[in-house]
Structures are given as C-alpha cells and as structure tokens.
Write a protein that binds this ligand. Structure first.
Ligand code: OAD
Length: 239
C-alpha cells in the first residue's frame, strides 16, 4: 500500500494548509512567494521569519486521528509506505516507520550554500538577519524543498518504487496541484492499483475508473476506514 499525504492531513492538528489564505502578519503574502530561492535572496529575514513561525507551529502541534490511523495501518497491512509532501514531521511523531518526505523537514536547518546540516543556531529577533553557517558564513535556511528546486533524488526513487509496487494507493488531504507528487495517483492507477482519494472536497480532484472518492475530514474518514476493514482497530493508537 502507498499513501500520499498533503497539508490536509495536518489541518486537524491546527496547521493551516497551503491554499488556505494566510492570516495575520502573513495575510499579504502568498506561500508561493515565500517558498522560493529568489524570495530568500530578496528578503532572507522575511523568509526566515515565516519558516520560524511554521517550525514553531509544527513543533507545538500534535498528531491527529488521521496520522494515528495511518501509523496503525502500517501494523495491519503487509507493506505500507507513506509519501508525504508535509514538512511537519507529524507522521513520524505518530509512529509511522516508513515515511518518505518529498519536501524535506521544517525542523531541520542547513547551510544555504553547502547544505551542511546545522544542529544549533541562535534565533535572530523578528525581522533580523538569519543566522549564519559556522563553516562558510552563508545564511542558514530551512531544510525544505522550495519551488524551482529539485526534490531529493533518493526520496523520489523510494516514492516511485512504492507506487509501482502497490495494490492500493490512498491520496489524503492534497490538492494534487504540485508536481511531481501530483502524478503519483495516476501512476498508481495506470499500473493497476486501486486508488482512493480522501479530501474534504472533491472539487479539482480527478475522477476515473478505479478511483474512489471518500469525502470528509481525514481525521474521521481514516479511522472509519480502519474500523470497517479491521473491526475494533478504531484507527487510533497502536498495538
Ligand atoms: P494544499 O493546501 O494545496 O491542499 C490541501 C488539501 O487538503 C485541499 O485539497 C483541501 O481540500 C484538503 N483538506 C483540508 N482539510 C482537510 C481535512 N481535514 N481532511 C482532508 N482533506 C483536507 O496542500 P498540498 O496538497 O499538501 O510545496 O500542497 C502541496 C504542496 O504545495 C506543498 O507541499 C507545498 C505547497 O506549496 C512546497 O512547499 C514545495
């Protein structure tokens, strides 16, 4: 089984999705204008602050019943790979073991020039210059994939392998607008897997033979799915 997840799976943990309007201080920015190498070059302090706000929110958030149901599912099916576009680490914190992070991890920081990971750094005051790499003096940046950057090759290969070998593909809480993740459900369908889409709205989601739509919040649909396939599993908790 392969499961592709997007921001909708973390919505019930209180983390806004990408295509929700930004609020407060960030209302005048579009995420696409903050998540690019050009934006970081133009205004490193603004981009650093946006990621710091999101990093702190991700670390404060708790896995919700959707994350927990997927973690439980890994114990119930012979082989399951979660392919996530999320950078919040909530699948791993929920107990999922096989997680491919296509877009990186917002809790990690690395050198913007040499990619060396940084274990510690001093947070600047809001609006201040980002911290710098101890080795080369370039700015540190979040260890995520920005628009216009290539995805980590190993992660992409693991995702493709999971999709080519799956019998059942689940796409949960993603608008399916950003490539290459957006192609994965159609690759799965093309190689004969059953595909199910879980989303609060099916607007903009593709339909076709072998593609099933399960409309609703991931935190309700996934535990429900588990409960109907494995009565008593409830979807939440492990063991
Ligand atoms: P989006 O914000 O584009 O889409 C979130 C999806 O989740 C929408 O289709 C919502 O209808 C759905 N949704 C919201 N709440 C839900 C819930 N409780 N249960 C189920 N579904 C729900 O987020 P992604 O598809 O993850 O990339 O966006 C993909 C990529 O675009 C992101 O990884 C990011 C972004 O720009 C980069 O930063 C490179």
């Amino acid at each position: 089984m392969a499961v592709l997840t997007g921001a909708g799976v973390s919505a019930e943990s209180g983390l806004p999705t990408f295509r929700d309007a930004l609020t407060g201080l960030w209302a005048k920015h579009r995420p696409e204008d903050l998540a690019t190498p050009e934006a970081f070059e133009r205004n490193p302090a603004l981009v650093w602050d946006w990621y710091r706000m999101r990093r702190e929110a991700a670390l404060r958030a708790e896995p919700n019943p959707a994350h927990l149901a997927l973690a439980r599912l890994e114990d119930l099916v012979p082989r399951l790979t979660i392919i996530t576009q999320n950078v919040d680490g909530l699948h791993r914190r929920a107990g999922s073991r096989t997680v491919v992070e296509l877009h990186g991890d917002i809790t990690r920081v690395r050198c913007s020039r040499e990619s060396t990971p940084a274990d510690t750094w001093v947070e600047p005051p809001a609006g201040g210059e980002p911290p710098k790499c101890d080795g080369c003096g370039a700015y540190l940046r979040p260890d995520v994939v920005w628009f216009g950057e290539t995805l980590p090759e190993k992660a992409l290969h693991r995702a493709w392998a999971a999709v080519y070998h799956c019998d059942f593909f689940l796409a949960v809480g993603t608008s399916n607008l950003v490539e290459p993740a957006a192609t994965l459900p159609w690759l799965a369908a093309a190689q004969g897997a059953m595909v199910a889409v879980v989303n609060t709205t099916m607007d903009g989601q593709r339909s076709g033979i072998g593609i099933h739509h399960l409309t609703g919040a991931a935190g309700e649909v996934l535990p429900g799915l588990l409960e109907s396939a494995w009565p008593g599993s409830g979807g939440v908790g492990r063991g």
